[in-house]
Ligand binder design. Structure first.
Ligand SMILES: Cc1cc2nc3c(=O)[nH]c(=O)nc-3n(C[C@H](O)[C@H](O)[C@H](O)COP(=O)(O)OP(=O)(O)OC[C@H]3O[C@@H](n4cnc5c(N)ncnc54)[C@H](O)[C@@H]3O)c2cc1C
Length: 380
């Protein structure tokens, strides 16, 4: 597409908003991004970046910076309540790359890429909605006209809600506390470990040469599991082999619940939804942000092939949505198996997970975003 420069207004300066804004600006769009916070900032601890997101980072030129201190993961091991290894095959036999890194490193790299591409970032700018014709509405009463409006404004998305695109926005009654602790020589190298006992799950993830990310998940109704600081006695009773790890956990992080978002559609007229606004899911497969970035990047490249933004958005949703929908379904299934499995038959759960790990076909289906999703970014 040549000719007149097209203009986009983007709501939200998270991982989704920064990716789509950068990809658009790199293709010649003028882009203004609105963030309600005082500054562009990411909270949280570590994050998994699968092949699909790694390719996006490479395409927008942010990979070197984002992954400079990251850990390349070669194995993801899962242990049950009896200390048995029930899964060690997810990363085997494929070309799928997985890195674990600090969220702040990722967000900073995307923010820098956005500025370098010429994105205008406006902080303390509160979006309240959008119109299908392509107007972004601010709480100041201003209405900003654009060829494209992107709602990358997270789970609560005023852009999505103002257009009636929300079908179901659910609190999953499951969640976790996230912690960063100094890394010791005894911590895992090149692998991530996850431990299950009934509805509780603990993950140990190296994210930089100096830090380890620990997540401690439990259902909302497990009030003791949610306590802050962590209830050492209760968590040690669930995972005696992790007592020394729990003693290293600082008392700062609080438990927060996971959300799941389903939409009637991701687009309306000249407006598109990207990221958690469109497709939040529990972090069971470590794919929500990866897909946010994949879909955000794809939005810019698909629009390049269309004169009409509205037509381009329809084509983009049709192309990207099946992989995201499938990943949401598998994430929900994983959450049910991990947190809602009946206590009396946890041995059956171990057997099912072990068998699933042995099935290449099943693994390919669950990891559809890292395989087919990555090919939607670029073929290697
Ligand atoms: C515990 C946990 C672990 C996770 N781990 C992983 C993982 O390992 N891998 C993975 O891929 N994903 C993971 N995820 C998911 C990932 O964090 C999210 O999918 C991702 O951060 C969503 O990015 P986003 O930009 O869509 O939304 P957000 O991060 O919510 O960003 C939205 C932005 O919009 C701004 N905003 C909101 N409303 C307005 C408004 N009205 N006006 C202006 N600005 C506004 C917000 O301030 C924010 O900056 C995890 C999630 C959780 C909860």
């Amino acid at each position: 597409m040549g000719g007149v420069q097209r203009h986009a207004e983007v709501a939200g300066g998270g991982l989704a908003g920064l990716t789509v804004a950068t990809a658009l600006a790199q293709r010649g769009w003028s882009v203004r991004l609105h963030e309600r916070g005082r500054e562009l900032r990411e909270i949280g601890a570590g994050i998994f970046m699968w092949e699909n997101a790694v390719r996006v980072l490479e395409q927008i030129g942010a990979a070197d910076q984002a992954l400079a201190r990251a850990e390349r993961i070669a194995s993801w091991r899962l242990y049950d309540e009896r200390g048995r290894l029930i899964q060690d095959d997810w990363m085997k036999g494929g070309e799928t790359r997985l890195y674990t890194l600090l969220r702040t490193d990722l967000h900073r790299a995307l923010g820098d890429a956005a500025r370098e591409a010429g994105v205008e970032v406006v902080t303390q700018s509160l979006v309240i909605g959008a119109t299908p014709e392509g107007e972004l509405q601010l709480d100041t009463g201003e209405s900003l006209a654009a060829d494209l409006v992107v709602g990358a404004d997270g789970v609560g998305s005023p852009v999505r809600n103002s257009l009636g695109l929300d079908l179901a926005v659910r609190d999953l009654q499951d969640g976790c506390g996230r912690h960063l602790i100094p890394r010791l020589p005894t911590d895992p190298v090149g692998s991530t470990l996850e431990y299950w006992n009934q509805g509780r799950r603990v993950g140990i993830v190296p994210v930089t040469p100096d830090e380890v990310y620990v997540y401690m998940c439990c259902p909302a109704k497990d009030l003791v599991g949610r306590e802050k600081p962590i209830n050492m006695a209760s968590w040690t009773a669930s995972f005696p082999e992790l007592a020394a790890l729990f003693a290293r956990i600082p008392s700062t992080a609080r438990w927060a619940s996971f959300a799941d978002v389903q939409c009637h559609g991701w687009t309306k007229g000249n407006v598109a939804l990207v990221g958690d606004a469109a497709s939040a899911m529990a972090p069971n497969l470590g794919q929500a942000a990866c897909l946010a970035m994949t879909n955000g990047y794809a939005l810019a490249s698909v629009l390049q092939e269309h004169d009409s933004v509205a037509d381009g958005l329809v084509a983009w949703e049709r192309r990207q949505r099946p992989v995201t929908d499938a990943t949401q379904r598998y994430s929900r299934l994983y959450g049910k198996v991990g947190t809602r499995w009946p206590r009396s038959i946890t041995d059956v759960r171990s057997a099912v997970v072990w068998a699933a790990g042995r099935s290449r076909r099943w693994q390919a289906r669950v990891n559809v975003a890292a395989h087919e999703g990555a090919d939607l970014v670029t073929h290697r």
